[in-house]
Design a protein around this ligand. Structure first.
Ligand code: KG4
Ligand code: ZN
Length: 356
């Protein structure tokens, strides 16, 4: 075939990912190494540890993606790599590797914005045209934007403090959810979703953040403070040590998940109304795209489904494996750029270059 082939590389946080894709969006080969278990054990991502693990795995992950695709480096049309945003030490490993690779094989380089990749992933799977509304929720980000084109986003709101995945991870750590056998290998967000299933979300009421602020921004630090205060109070009442609460963990998980979902839903509702009032979305099939690691949460998906129903939008959400970080979404963003002939740099470029 004469379809152009792209190698995508992702190392912005704690996943080392690579994928080879053709111009139609068909995945020819992929590989993903997750550092999740190491970081769960140490109670959070230590950047130097993440960097070391990326270094140990990147060569093999890229090699695997290439081998599984049956594509040789010489057959590639371009290499696309995440250049921002993310942990500088993690990003650096992918950047250095890519810089060496594109020079050695004389291939054009496509710098990728990690959030643009999350936002565009759904176009690999669904026929979706611009513009559309997008809510991205992960361990590092929380944002609402109108995607008007590849590399053309109108930012409507962002988090003022921490991201929702970070909040869920920290609450899970504060409750020592890893001590629950069924949560041992789960991320904080996954553990809270699982325990919330057997919880009463109404037993504890948390205030929904930013009730008096008429914009589309997010805040989770205040909510986390409310949750921590409740946990401390319950630990004192039961006379147990920090992180050993047993009796109401499910109810706390349920209330936490509910309040995060409600906050995301309310801000998205406002954004949808704003888009409608200002004709920012097509009247034919207006769409909300929900993605990022936290978007794999079924309770949060349902909350957003209610919002899309009342505002007359269609909800599109990639399957969980494409919501979390991976090399495929980076390769796809490379394909999107290649199709537009936009943002493609020569092999000898300094790859610390950042796209706007
Ligand atoms: O997109 P992602 O893989 O990496 C970042 O770019 O941050 O997202 C990871 C985040 C973690 O904070 C994790 O707790 C959260 O996504 N997460 C979830 C679920 N699965 C992963 N949060 C809520 N419910 C889930 N099922
Ligand atoms: Zn991400």
């Amino acid at each position: 075939s004469c379809s152009r082939l792209v190698l995508g590389i992702e190392t912005s946080c704690d996943d080392t990912g690579a994928a080879v894709m053709d111009e139609t969006g068909t995945i020819l080969g992929e590989s993903l190494h997750s550092q999740k278990e190491v970081h769960l054990r140490s109670g959070g991502i230590i950047p130097t540890v993440a960097q070391q693990l990326h270094r140990e795995n990147i060569e093999r992950v890229v090699q695997e993606a290439l081998e599984r695709s049956g594509v040789t480096p010489a057959e590639l049309c371009a290499v696309a790599t995440t250049v921002k945003p993310g942990l500088a030490l993690s990003l650096g490993v992918g950047l250095q590797f890519s810089q060496r690779f594109v020079r050695e094989h004389n291939k054009p380089f496509i710098p990728i914005h990690h959030m643009e990749a999350h936002a565009l992933t759904v176009r690999m799977l669904h026929p979706l045209t611009f513009p559309f509304l997008v809510l991205l929720v992960s361990g590092g980000h929380s944002l609402l934007a109108v995607a008007r084109g590849v590399g053309d986003f109108l930012l409507l709101g962002h988090t003022l403090d921490e991201a929702p995945g970070d909040t869920l991870d920290k609450v899970a750590r504060r409750l020592s959810l890893r001590k629950h056998p069924q949560c041992f290998t789960l991320s904080g967000g996954q553990a809270i979703e699982l325990l919330a299933k057997d919880g009463d979300r109404k037993r504890f009421g948390f205030r929904t953040p930013m009730g008096q602020t008429p914009d589309c921004c997010f805040s989770f630090a205040g909510l986390r403070n409310q949750i921590t205060m409740l946990i401390k109070k319950k630990e004192a009442e039961e006379g147990v040590e920090e992180g050993t609460l047993l009796s109401c963990v499910n109810d706390i998980a349920a209330a936490t998940q509910h309040t995060v979902a409600l906050h995301l839903a309310k801000r998205t509702h406002r954004a949808a109304l704003f888009c409608k009032a200002n004709n920012l979305l097509p009247s034919d099939n207006p769409t909300l795209v929900l993605s990022g690691g936290v978007a794999s949460n079924q309770y949060i998906r349902k909350a957003l489904m209610i919002i899309t129903e009342v505002t007359g939008l269609r909800l599109l959400c990639p399957p969980a494996k494409f919501c979390t970080d991976n090399g495929v979404m980076i390769a796809w963003n490379g394909v999107e750029r290649l199709r537009e002939g936009n943002g493609i740099l020569p092999p000898d470029v300094d790859v610390s270059y950042e796209p706007k």
